[in-house]
Ligand binder design. Structure first.
Ligand code: VGL
Ligand code: ZN
Length: 216
């Protein structure tokens, strides 16, 4: 779908939101996303065209509630119900201060103004860069962006069907014009999650775009 852009990457009101490009999501990592590392060169090229870049980092305390290891008798990728709703259980990943939580060293986005860490509350997951899984606790990102006059977000990174999806949907809900750069994301694809993400984007007005459609 070829959608005209109401904001260009170089516009000071636009930002690139680069989600969770961390070693634990790369091949060989604790929660590997196939070909996740292959996104690095494209993200570097895209980032260079944006005046504003925000990076997120999944940043869990040990014994985080989203880890299967925190729930006796449960395995990774099981789904359980927590007080705030359904929760997929994951292998231990992106533990604060570990190498797996570090951003890929080849990510070359030195001009990024903010690295936002999320999922820091032991008892609440946060796929979204904006609102935690209790759907109440704010990360502060919407306020940060709005105070800086940013109204349009281009979202990319990992994983398309989890942290990219929740971040893009919450961005839209917070009033931002929101694009997901399809070829600059990779998915986990668990139980139909990827198809659901595309349906949810369509319903919410999050626009799919390919990097080749982005002009300066
Ligand atoms: C993510 C599962 C658990 C992601 C983070 O970055 O998409 N997925 N934590
Ligand atoms: Zn996580």
């Amino acid at each position: 779908m070829n959608t005209p852009l109401s904001r260009l990457p170089s516009d000071p009101r636009s930002a690139l939101l680069v989600i969770d490009m961390q070693y634990d999501f790369m091949p060989g990592g604790a929660l590997a996303v196939a070909e996740g590392d292959g996104l690095v060169p494209l993200l570097n090229r895209l980032g260079a065209r944006f005046r504003n870049v925000v990076i997120t980092q999944d940043w869990h305390p040990a014994e985080h509630i989203s880890f299967a290891s925190s729930h006796a008798g449960r395995d990774p990728f099981d789904s359980i119900t927590l007080p705030y709703g359904p929760q997929t259980l994951w292998p231990d990943h992106c533990i604060q201060g570990t190498r797996g939580a570090e951003l890929h060293a080849d990510l070359d986005l030195a001009h990024a103004q903010l690295i936002l860490r999320k999922g820091c509350n032991a008892g609440i997951d946060s796929y979204s860069a904006f609102v935690e899984a209790d759907r109440t606790t704010q990360t502060g990102l919407a306020g940060y962006l709005k105070e800086r006059g940013i109204d349009s977000l281009f979202v990319a990174g990992l994983a398309l069907d989890f942290c990219v999806a929740w971040s893009a949907l919450d961005a839209r809900a917070a009033g931002f014009n929101t694009w997901v750069i399809a070829d600059a994301c990779k998915a986990i694809d668990l139980g139909g999650s990827l198809d659901k993400a595309w349906r949810d984007f369509q319903a919410a007005g999050v626009v799919r775009i390919d990097s080749a459609e982005l002009t300066v």
